[in-house]
Design a binder for this molecule. Structure first.
Ligand SMILES: [Zn+2]
Length: 364
C-alpha cells in the first residue's frame, strides 16, 4: 500500500525543485521500449475483465490526472495491508475500491486513488486512478500514479487486497495477478523480469514477505504467457571504502540526478552523503550503501538520444568490456551498436536499450 513516505517524498521533491539539489527525474529521457506490443499493431487482446471507475462509482479526481506520453517501464506489486477477509464477491471488490479511494483522497491528500489497478481476494480487478484502463487499452501512454516514491512516472502499480506477511494470497487472486501482469506486459512491451515488489524501491514491508517471495514465480508464470527471460537483475552492494569502476558508475548516476560530485571512482564521505541524500529523496532505506533499492531507482533505461553523465558511465563500461566507445555522454548510433554487441555477448535481448538487466551486467 502507499505510505506517508510518498507524501514526504513529494514534499521533498517540491523543495528540491526550488532548491536545485537532487531530483527524481532530472535529465532522464523518456524511453519507449520496442518489445512487441499487441496494442501497437491494433490487435490488442481483450485481457482480464476490469471494472472501470464509472462502473464501480468512483468519485471524480480532485484535479485532472496527469497522462504521460510514454509507456511504463515496469510493474510494481503491492498488498493493501487490509484484513484477509473471506469475502470473495464483486461487491467486496467494489467496496474495497471505494474505501481505498476515500482513504487516499481524504486522509492521504492525493488527487485520486494512488495505484492503477486493484485486485480483490476474490480475483476481481478494478481500475484505480482514472484513465488507467484507457491508457492500458491503447498501450501508448500511462497515468502518473501515487503508489511508489520515485517510480510513479514509470511504473504501473497493482494493489492486491490482503496482508501477505505470513499468509499467501488465495489461488484465484494469484492466478488473476498473473493474468493481469501478463496483459500489462503485452500491452506496454514490458519484459516479465520488470515485475517488482514495492520494497525493491522504498523502505517498506509491502507487499509482505510471503507475496514478495512469490515474485520469482510470478515473473516465471508471466513469462510462460508472454515469453522472455524472467530472471531479475542482481545488484552489487557498493559502500564506503570501495574503489573502482562500479563506484565511478554510481557517482555518474548520482551526478545525473543532481548530486555535486566528481566521479573519481573512490567511495569517500562525499559519495556516501550523496547516496544518503538520494535514498532520502526516493523513500529508500537511508544507510549510505548502494544496494538493490538504490540501483533500481538510479538505473533508469537509456536509449539512443539520451545524454549526460549516465551515458558517459555506460560508454566507459562498454569500452572496458571490449566495445570501445567514446565517452562523450551522447547516446548516438555508435553507442547503440556497442550496446547491441555487449548484449549479444551476454545473451541479453539485443535491442540497444540499456535497461535494468543490461545495467546490472555492466556493473559486474
Ligand atoms: Zn506498497
Amino acid at each position: 500500500m502507499t505510505t506517508p513516505a510518498v507524501r514526504s517524498a513529494a514534499a521533498l521533491r517540491r523543495r528540491t525543485l526550488l532548491g536545485g539539489a537532487l531530483s527524481l527525474t532530472a535529465g532522464l529521457p523518456a524511453v519507449v521500449l520496442s518489445a512487441g506490443s499487441a496494442a501497437a499493431d491494433g490487435s490488442a487482446a481483450a485481457g482480464p475483465s476490469v471494472l472501470g471507475c464509472e462502473e464501480w462509482g468512483a468519485r471524480p479526481p480532485k484535479s485532472p490526472v496527469k497522462v504521460l506520453a510514454a509507456r511504463p517501464q515496469r510493474i510494481i506489486v503491492h498488498h493493501t495491508a487490509t484484513a484477509n477477509l473471506a469475502e470473495f464477491g464483486q461487491n467486496r471488490a467494489v467496496a474495497l475500491a471505494r474505501a481505498m479511494q476515500t482513504y487516499q483522497m481524504d486522509t492521504g491528500g492525493w488527487i485520486d486513488t494512488g495505484q492503477h489497478f486493484t485486485l480483490s481476494r476474490g480475483a476481481f480487478v478494478t481500475e484505480g486512478r482514472h484513465e488507467s484502463l484507457a491508457a492500458l487499452r491503447d498501450g501508448d501512454r500511462m497515468v502518473e500514479g501515487a503508489h511508489c516514491s520515485g517510480q510513479n512516472t514509470v511504473a504501473i502499480g497493482i494493489e492486491n487486497e490482503g496482508t501477505y506477511t505470513s499468509e499467501v494470497p488465495p489461488a484465484e487472486q494469484y492466478a488473476a495477478l498473473v493474468a493481469l501482469c501478463a496483459h500489462i506486459c503485452r500491452q506496454y512491451g514490458i519484459r516479465p523480469y520488470q515485475i517488482y515488489g514495492h520494497r525493491d524501491f522504498n523502505s517498506t514491508q509491502c507487499p509482505g514477505d510471503r507475496l514478495y517471495a512469490l515474485l520469482p514465480q510470478l515473473r516465471a508464470d508471466v513469462a510462460a504467457v508472454t515469453g522472455g527471460d524472467p530472471t531479475a537483475p542482481q545488484w552489487p552492494l557498493v559502500r564506503r571504502g570501495e574503489v573502482g569502476e562500479r563506484v565511478r558508475v554510481l557517482q555518474c548516476l548520482l551526478v545525473q540526478r543532481g548530486a555535486v560530485l566528481t566521479p573519481d571512482g573512490a567511495f569517500g564521505p562525499a559519495t556516501e552523503e550523496a547516496v544518503r541524500a538520494f535514498q532520502k529523496l526516493i523513500g529508500a532505506g537511508v544507510d549510505g550503501v548502494a544496494g538493490g533499492q538504490t540501483w533500481n531507482q538510479l538505473c533508469a533505461p537509456l536509449a539512443e538520444g539520451a545524454v549526460g553523465e549516465a551515458v558517459k558511465a555506460v560508454q566507459s563500461r562498454l569500452s572496458a568490456y571490449g566495445f570501445p566507445t567514446s565517452a562523450d555522454g551522447v547516446f548516438g548510433p555508435g553507442t547503440r551498436d556497442r550496446v547491441v554487441g555487449f548484449q549479444a555477448a551476454r545473451s541479453l535481448p539485443q535491442d540497444g536499450v540499456v535497461d535494468a538487466r543490461t545495467w546490472s551486467r555492466l556493473l559486474v
